[in-house]
Write a protein that binds this ligand. Structure first.
Ligand code: HEC
Ligand code: HEC
Length: 477
């Protein structure tokens, strides 16, 4: 399309590009392409490119916020023990032993089932496994999340293993790529074994913690306006909001792979992932399960809350006050070319480049106000909307058949891409997508089906040099 030539002056600050106008019947789409050196998250931007790039406080964090940030950081990273009292409360069953065990360096701990080549029956995995009956009901003896770890004397609920199907494909220019579809099963159930034909399970790898304060500060009216506008029939794209009711409030879901949460789920993370009880979830996660009534857990006293509301707010503050890494190598000619290809392939219709935070900033769990997050222009590369990503590729696509709020199995929230280029430095791997099935950027793109199909095909049909440039651009984010 002709108008794309104009993106060559993408490095002009605040350029407003009107594109797609020549297509009849299409809404006029204004794309604000940020200059390469534009700050990713306004005053929260940092300039690190090391393994600490996701895990450093924003420049405005000072005074008592700095000490609260440090406290939150500690609570987030400190390994929990099974004891009562400070730093205790882990388990009896759990999925991770600290928030940081799964979100290492505020990122995405390497999914270990992959690193073990698929056996993964022993040891720790940073994945979350959601289990239910085929009809969606939960198992009384297991709950919503499979807890594959347990404290001494208690049995883990079960162990996950995975097998992989791989298939080779070719780009039109002959270059080969391979996709790999995982298939999970669970064994070593602590109580009644669940037959594979009765079991439904879906697996998630952790999300990077880049820009969560900005995500919470988003003006949801802008997101709703995007949903109303995000309708590009010629590319088969139409995003929608996941409306969620939590704590009696209904709003636009923003966090999680299916935009299934209104907030940063601090209380849920402590309770459901680690077994750390708190004021919102005072009961042990295994309460009511067969194991609690068996001898193994008798004598263990779980009568006090394992973390206070004040400490949880500090964890909330820590996550929202993290800085967002600035882009790198923005003047490299290959990166510049790749940026043009990103728009040419219509990636930006979902991975929306520029959004704004509401003037007021955010309010933490107990009401502390963070005005610094307000009134910022940000570049998250996401519309935070749900899109049908298809069920076709290798017979499964990205469909996990799991419903979360309004999100159906084939629907996923556009993953924000800011900071993605540093994932390898921060976490030492390049596994992408909700379950980490993509082993690199090319595979991540080639899994896009459904509403992402047209965009994927635009990428697929590019000359190799342009595909490489697009990947290089992603590495600069
Ligand atoms: C067992 C691994 C594990 C542990 C432990 C864990 N998480 Fe997560 N976290 C995940 C996974 C997997 C997801 C993606 C879940 C989904 O979308 O279904 C996630 C998602 C999140 C998100 C949503 C992020 C976004 O960008 O939308 C937040 C916030 C979060 N976790 C915070 C925490 C906090 C706080 C703790 C500790 C209290 C914690 N997590 C402990 C694995 C873990
Ligand atoms: C129809 C909307 C849509 C379009 C168009 C689209 N994406 Fe995505 N993208 C998504 C969604 C939704 C996900 C999350 C899918 C999942 O995790 O299963 C995603 C995930 C990704 C990821 C993995 C992120 C991570 O951290 O795991 C990358 C990389 C990516 N997209 C790049 C691209 C590129 C490059 C293009 C253009 C060629 C593109 N996307 C076009 C919606 C879209």
């Amino acid at each position: 399309m002709k108008h794309l030539d104009r993106i060559t002056f993408a490095s002009l600050l605040g350029l407003l590009l009107l594109c797609g106008c020549e297509d009849e019947g299409m809404d006029v789409l204004d794309v604000e392409i940020p200059a390469g050196y534009a700050l990713s998250a306004g005053t929260s931007t940092n300039f690190l490119r090391s393994s600490k790039a996701y895990d450093m406080e924003a420049p405005w964090v000072a005074g008592r916020y700095a000490s609260r940030f440090t406290n939150g950081d500690g609570l987030y990273d400190d390994v929990r023990t099974s004891g009562n009292g400070l730093g205790g409360g882990l388990g009896p069953v759990y999925a991770g032993y600290s928030c940081g065990s799964c979100h290492r360096n505020a990122g995405r701990t390497q999914p270990t089932l992959w690193s073990e080549g698929g056996s993964g029956s022993s040891g720790f995995s940073s994945m979350l496994v959601y289990v239910s009956r085929k009809n969606g009901a939960f198992f009384q003896d297991y709950g919503r999340v499979l807890h594959d770890q347990a404290i001494y004397g208690v049995e883990p609920e079960g162990k996950v293993s995975v097998t992989y199907r791989t298939q080779k494909f070719r780009f039109p220019d002959g270059e080969e790529y391979e996709l790999c579809a995982p298939s999970y099963s669970i064994s070593e159930w602590y109580a009644d074994s669940i037959r594979p034909e009765d079991l439904f399970c879906t697996v998630r790898i952790p999300l990077r913690h880049v820009g969560m304060g900005q995500m919470m500060a988003l003006d949801t009216r802008e997101i709703e306006a995007l949903a109303a506008k995000s309708n590009y029939p010629e590319y088969g794209i139409s995003g929608r909001c996941n409306y969620i009711t939590e704590k009696g409030v209904t709003g636009v879901g923003l966090s999680g792979n299916k935009a299934q949460h209104l907030d940063l789920t601090v209380e849920l993370g402590f309770s459901s992932d680690m077994g750390v009880t708190n004021s919102r979830y005072p009961e042990e996660i295994c309460e009511g399960q067969a194991q609690v009534n068996q001898g193994s857990m008798m004598g263990l006293a779980y009568d006090q809350l394992d973390i206070s509301a004040e400490d949880m707010e500090d964890v909330d503050l820590y996550m929202q006050a993290l800085g967002v890494p600035a882009r790198r190598d923005v003047d490299d000619p290959q990166v510049v070319r790749g940026e043009q290809m990103f728009y040419e392939a219509k990636c930006h219709l979902c991975h929306v480049t520029t959004l704004h935070t509401k003037t007021r900033g955010t309010t933490l769990l107990n009401g502390t106000h963070l005005p610094w997050l307000g009134g910022q222009t940000i570049h998250p590369y996401s519309d935070f909307l749900l899109h049908d990503m298809g069920s076709e590729i290798m017979g499964v696509g990205l469909n996990d058949n799991y419903v979360s709020g309004l999100a159906r199995g084939n629907e996923w929230r556009t993953t924000p891409l800011w900071g993605i280029g540093l994932q390898e430095v921060v976490n030492g791997h390049t596994y992408f997508l909700h379950d980490g099935r993509a082993r690199n950027f090319v595979e991540a793109i080639m899994w896009h089906g459904g509403e992402g199909e047209a965009s994927k095909n635009l990428f697929k049909n590019m000359p190799k040099a342009d595909r490489d440039a697009l990947v290089r651009f992603l590495q600069s984010l």
